[in-house]
Write a protein that binds this ligand. Structure first.
Ligand code: F6R
Length: 623
């Protein structure tokens, strides 16, 4: 979603701003802009709709000198994507210039006040422009920039990360935030940076300060910075060390980040197994206070999109292994179900790759207010979610996920949930010890089976491309493969824009089957386990009504392979005749791979913007 960057130091600000905006491209955006101050030219603003390359073209036509500047990538919420609505925005006198992430809820009332009382003319359709005018009104009344910003945020209701430049106090950047991330980077040569996503800073520094709600930061010349709390008192903030690996921002020889990230999955699972499963098969959570899990009798899982689907799998394994009643809710729907939150014996598990998803953060805050215990499963240790969980975190260790569509973070989230389910099963006396032993032994082979599956990528490509022109797809699965069907449908629609839906296979004949014909293939996951035959019959029912039938089956499959039109074979999964009921336990890690790859190859074939699909953002920081 929107991204903020800023630079003040000895060098040309423009280079830093454009480099940082390039890093933030992965988050998804529809326009971009920069503002740079120089004593000669004052504040110069350039902005352009569309890709960052359009902005770069503008900077090549116009000389932009200056050592202090701010930049923005915008994902439209209020006002269509356009040059005019792109940030930065300024007040009428072009003295105050701002970039903003977030939403002003009382925007209409403030706009009316500014128009009626101060005769201000708005130039854009955005709510963000309010910030520039309000700060301008207060500085006109004689307040200094910091005081004007303080007065402004008193009036704003909503969420914001904000960076401000001013012609009157030119050699500084002011920052503030409320329920939106903003990070300051401390460079080596008295350079100071800021960004709404720490990945934009990692090329310059690993020393960062996370700005907290209502704090104001002033970044000045010669590397001087100061942070004030909400009362205006100078504070001594914690300086953290950033642990992101810049190499992950490289495609490493793959055509797209998405393909690279799909192929990274075995290595990530191997790393997670190394951290959480010791050689003598003990589950360990090195950074988790055991008190968080002690004595819980109920679990509530929260997430959005792919993270929610990981949660669906989590619910099934937590209930079947740990035997703890587990509820699952879309973070955005929790507010409509306040009574869903129980007492302090309820463990809330919030799953979020970015740790910055606004819906998830809001749901978590609501849960915390009611006394729930929080455990975060996230990929970003420095994120707002990790901070809210104050260390009660399981990190997915997936490295930066650049492609907007989530892949590697999904399988990593699932594995973390399995570790949790096993550990809680042990303390809660869920499954018999022997069965848990078997699970722990077998899960060590997952990275290897994933590698074998990925080595079949070219074969999956050949199988899926004949269906590239179909108007819609239906994905079917039961049990642990139902969330995988939903995830397969989500991946396909996100990156190919082809209509697709996932259903619990048994639900097919209760409605969705009416939509199928020869233009709507069904893609069924028919892997061994207690639900095999039922799923197969659902696939056949669709086929007999004209739908081309695709299926994921295991190598030694005998029945489904005779019935379907296109077969996506996956390697045989761990199986013990003694524990037949656990036969499908590991399937999701493997069955998702042909679906991820099919979505990728179709999108690539159709010439879509694979890593940055239209209208989507990597980190959805508005509700
Ligand atoms: C799907 C996708 C989204 C995210 C969702 C939650 O490919 O990327 O559905 O899963 O926006 O994001 P996080 O996990 O960052 O909270």
């Amino acid at each position: 979603m929107c991204g903020i960057v800023g630079y003040i130091g000895q060098e040309t600000a423009l280079d830093y701003l454009l480099n940082s905006l390039r890093v933030l491209e992965y988050r998804g955006y529809d326009s971009s802009g920069i503002a740079v101050y120089s004593p000669k030219a004052g504040i110069q603003i350039l902005k352009a709709k569309g890709k960052l390359s359009n902005l770069i073209d503008l900077t090549e036509k116009q000389k932009i000198a200056g050592q202090v500047g701010i930049g923005h990538t915008r994902w439209a919420t209020q006002g269509a994507p356009s040059d005019i609505n792109a940030h930065p925005h300024s007040n009428a006198q072009s003295e105050i210039v701002i970039v903003h992430n977030g939403i002003i809820n009382n925007y209409l009332a403030l706009k009316e006040e500014l128009i009626n009382q101060y005769k201000i003319k708005f130039t854009s359709e955005t709510d963000s422009e309010i910030f520039a005018h309000l700060i301008g009104v207060f500085t006109e009344q004689g307040l200094g920039l910091k005081e004007a910003l303080q007065a402004t945020i008193q009036k704003i209701k909503g969420t914001y990360a904000l960076a401000v430049l001013s012609k009157k106090e030119p050699n500084k950047i002011l920052l503030t935030c409320h329920e939106a991330p903003l990070v300051i980077g401390l460079g080596k040569n008295q350079d100071l940076f800021c960004a709404s996503d720490s990945s934009a800073l990692m090329q310059y520094t690993d020393q960062i300060i996370r700005l907290k709600d209502a704090q104001i930061a002033e970044l000045g010349e010669n590397g001087k910075w100061v942070i004030y709390d909400e009362k205006g008192i100078v504070i001594n903030p914690e300086i953290q060390t950033l642990t992101l690996d810049p190499l992950l921002m490289d495609k490493g020889g793959y055509k797209h980040f998405l393909l690279k990230e799909i192929h990274e999955q075995p290595a990530i699972l191997r790393k997670l197994l190394g951290v959480h499963l010791s050689d003598d098969l003990q589950i360990q959570f090195p950074k988790l206070d055991p008190k968080v899990l002690k004595g819980i009798n109920r679990i509530l899982i929260l997430g959005c999109g792919t993270a929610y689907y990981a949660g669906m799998i989590g619910k099934i394994v937590l209930e079947s292994l740990a035997q703890i009643p587990t509820e699952l809710e879309f973070a955005s729907e929790l507010l409509a179900r306040p009574s869903v939150l129980a007492d302090e014996k309820t463990l809330v598990i919030a799953i979020s790759q970015s740790g910055e998803t606004a819906d998830t953060l809001l749901a978590v805050k609501t849960a915390l207010k009611k006394g729930a215990r929080l455990l975060a499963i996230t990929n970003r240790p420095e994120s707002s979610l990790a901070n809210l969980a104050s260390g009660a975190c399981i990190l997915t260790q997936a490295g930066i996920e650049v492609s907007v569509a989530a892949t590697k973070s999904f399988t990593a989230q699932i594995l973390c949930l399995y570790f949790l389910a096993i550990s809680l099963s042990e303390t809660n006396k869920g499954l018999p010890e022997k069965q848990i032993e078997w699970i722990k032994q077998e899960m060590r082979y997952l990275p290897q089976i994933m590698e074998q599956t990925l080595s079949r990528a070219e074969n999956y490509k050949k199988k899926i491309l004949p269906y590239a022109t179909k108007k819609a797809f239906i994905f079917l699965g039961r049990g642990l493969n139902y969330p995988i069907a939903l995830e397969g449908a989500l991946k396909l629609k996100e990156i190919t824009y082809i209509q697709s839906a996932g259903y619990a296979a048994g639900e097919m004949k209760h409605g969705p089957i009416a939509t199928i014909d020869e233009g709507v293939p069904t893609f069924s996951i028919i892997t061994p386990g207690p639900l095999y035959h039922k799923t197969l019959h659902n696939a056949i029912e669709a086929k007999t009504r004209g739908a081309p039938s695709l299926g994921i089956v295991v190598d030694e499959d005998k029945e489904a392979s005779q019935e379907l039109d296109a077969l996506f074979y996956i390697p045989t999964l761990p199986f013990s005749a003694e524990y037949e009921h656990l036969q499908d336990l590991f399937t999701p890690f493997i069955s998702v791979i042909p679906l991820q790859l099919s979505a990728y190859y179709l999108a690539e074939y159709l010439g879509k913007d694979v890593d940055q699909p239209r209208n989507l953002a990597k980190s959805v920081t508005v509700e």
